[in-house]
Design a protein around this ligand. Structure first.
Ligand code: GTP
Length: 617
């Protein structure tokens, strides 16, 4: 295929608007896979994707379509819809020239439709608007037209109405892709030349236990063949001394399974396998080229910044190495997490992991279990706060110094701090007009500041608020919004800098011992409510002991909340039949001494087992 006969595009949409179903139809109608009655969702290959019915990882496929007697190679990416994975969308669009923007005819434009549309604009991509699910009785095509024209300035005649489920109008989609999307060559006339030096964009990679690394690539210039020796820009920068090269062992196309070919040509998207073994080698966004023929590197991807941190520990200390190796492998397939080592007095050696959101955290944990058989304990998630420390000769700080607080144990002494700040987000909410008051109250209660309020059709409104990240990312914003709007409101957020605030650290003290793992950082106004709720939760979740357990929440030296878990009653005399009075007395005395000793010996400290129970709950 010459580059003028190639089209590269992404399918973008809000969650559940039908991307994976449309991908299935495109594959079937072009004969890439066999037709079947059931909805296969062949592009969702991970176990977690199939179980949860959501796309987590962008997937690429190549199809061949005949139009006006010519064959075209169409490479497309099925992208995830959930806000936590918008980084995946952004990255996969780097190899595209256009997108299909899908909108569910029953739901209309939702928050991620907006976010994805703006992302496509940022990448300067041609947008083909598509309304899906027109087979449903509740479809309201006119309303969706109205929203698309008012929000995106789209012409009505450009919108294609389809049913991805029953396949109606899919031919029209294919025709529009061929006729309206630019070829790679049109977008970048100097590139996509087979005679230029090899230039390859590595946009994704997959690690498999037995095969090692498969790199997913887009060929920008030159031809990539089996047997080629390639190197990479990042390796060149990093390894000035011991230069490293790779020999290409296999190249091929993704249809959507791997299909070996001899070579990949400019404009093509495919995979290659070489002797990349370690996590650090297949850097996403890297530029590959032929050894000895360096090229100007492509602009790298901006690394995803984690927004939520939580500790991840093995259930047993001996399983630490197994967990470490599982994480090492999983992060090759999920490059958006950051991993730091951490130690916990109770849970032992573990990791502090930065995620893109709570769903991402959940999925990461599920994938560790399903794909690498690694069980884990996760501690309470936190957003990243900042503090500016005062200069101090004693501590070797010459000028005011900014530090990040990703876990409570990093919280500095209040006397050392000039000011704290907290991360903020801009939240975009799309809601039916009927729920607008409830949604606005909900945002006000979360200290949100209204930025805009726009009616986009007779029934729908877009609200934009700025509020603290912790309100959106940690405090069940999603569940709250869904329940107050009967599931109709959707939201998306993006980071919006930091804002000065007053922070406190809540310490949790159990039987006189401070338990670092339970400490929390929060804004001053939240201290009381949060402290009390942690104490109450512990009271119900701590397994009973032979003695009462006192649970306190404190800021600094001031205890402001307290609960007591009563002692578990043990019938010491249960085994003592008959009336031997002196034996009963002896048993009771021994029991009371045991309880006293337990209290004093510090074994009232929460054991690891109890912790595991608490974090599980
Ligand atoms: P995420 O990857 O989670 O963002 O979802 P998605 O956009 O890939 O949506 P998916 O293809 O998984 O479809 C979501 C649901 O909508 C599934 O139950 C599909 O069967 C259904 N669906 C998709 N297209 C149509 C359609 O044209 N008509 C009807 N009736 N249902 C559809």
């Amino acid at each position: 295929f010459t580059p003028d006969k190639i089209r590269n595009f992404g399918i973008i949409a809000h969650v559940d608007h039908g991307k994976s179903t449309l991908a299935d139809r495109l594959l079937e109608i072009t004969g890439t896979i066999h037709k079947s009655e059931e909805n296969k969702q062949v592009m969702d290959s991970l176990q977690v994707e199939r179980e949860r019915g959501i796309t987590v990882k962008a997937q690429t496929a190549s199809i061949i379509h005949k139009h006006d007697g010519d064959q075209y190679l169409l490479n497309f990416v099925d992208t995830p819809g959930h806000v936590d994975f918008s980084y995946e969308v952004s990255r996969s669009l780097a190899a595209c020239q256009g997108v299909l923007l899908l909108v569910d005819a029953t739901q209309g434009v939702q928050a991620q439709t907006l976010a994805n549309f703006y992302l496509a604009m940022e990448h300067n991509l041609k947008v083909i608007p598509v309304i899906n699910k027109i087979d449903l009785k509740t479809a309201n095509i006119d309303r969706v037209y109205e929203e698309m024209t008012s929000l995106f300035g789209i012409d009505l005649e450009d919108v294609i109405a389809i049913s991805a489920k029953n396949g109606s109008n899919i031919e029209e989609v294919l025709k529009t892709i061929v006729c309206k999307l630019p070829s790679p060559l049109q977008r970048d006339p100097k590139s996509f030349n087979p005679n230029n030096n090899l230039k390859v964009l590595l946009f994704d990679s997959l690690f498999e236990m037995h095969r090692g690394v498969t790199a997913y690539v887009a060929i920008i210039d030159g031809v990539l063949r089996t047997g080629d020796t390639v190197t990479s820009q990042i390796l060149l920068n990093r390894e000035q001394k011991g230069k490293k090269t790779y020999t290409v062992q296999e190249v091929g196309m993704l249809r959507p399974g791997r299909e070996k070919t001899d070579a990949l040509y400019p404009g093509q998207v495919g995979y290659f396998i070489c002797n990349m073994k370690s996590v650090s080698e297949a850097q996403i966004g890297d530029t590959l080229f032929r050894e000895g023929f360096p090229v100007k590197p492509l602009p790298g991807f901006v690394k995803a910044l984690p927004v939520v941190y939580a500790g991840l520990f093995p259930p047993l200390p001996v399983e630490y190495d197994q967990l470490r190796s599982a994480i090492d492998k999983l992060i090759l397939n999920d490059r958006s997490v950051t991993v730091k080592h951490t130690d916990s007095p109770v849970l032992g050696r573990g990791f502090l992991i930065g995620y893109l959101g709570l769903l991402h955290m959940d999925i990461f944990r599920q994938r560790l279990r399903q794909e690498f058989q690694a069980d884990t304990i996760v501690t309470v998630p936190n957003v990243t706060y900042k503090a500016i420390l005062k200069p101090s000769r004693k501590k070797g700080i010459k000028e005011p110094k900014e530090i990040l607080i990703t876990k409570a144990s990093e919280f500095p002494d209040a006397v050392d701090v000039i000011q704290y700040s907290q991360p903020m987000v801009t939240v975009t909410i799309v809601t039916p007009v009927d729920y607008i008051t409830a949604v606005m109250d909900f945002c006000d209660n979360r200290t949100g500041e209204e930025i805009s309020n726009t009616k986009i059709s007779e029934t729908q409104v877009v609200l934009v608020y700025r509020m603290p990240s912790s309100e959106v990312l940690i405090d069940n914003f999603y569940d709250g919004l869904k329940s107050l709007s009967s599931g109709y409101a959707s939201f998306d957020y993006e980071e919006s800098g930091y804002e000065v605030t007053n922070l406190k650290k809540i310490d949790i003290i159990v039987n006189g011992v401070e338990v670092e793992e339970l400490s929390r950082v929060c804004t001053s106004d939240k201290v009381d409510g949060l402290g009390r709720s942690i104490c109450q939760k512990l009271k119900t979740n701590l397994p009973g002991q032979l003695y009462p357990i006192s649970i306190q929440a404190a800021v600094g030296k001031t205890v402001f909340a307290r609960e007591t878990r009563p002692a578990m009653k043990k019938d010491v005399l249960a085994k003592c039949y008959g009336g031997d009075y002196s034996r009963k007395l002896k048993l009771l005395k021994r029991h009371s001494e045991k309880v006293k000793a337990l209290k004093q010996s510090g074994s009232a400290n929460i054991s690891r087992k109890v912790f595991i129970e608490i974090f599980k709950r």
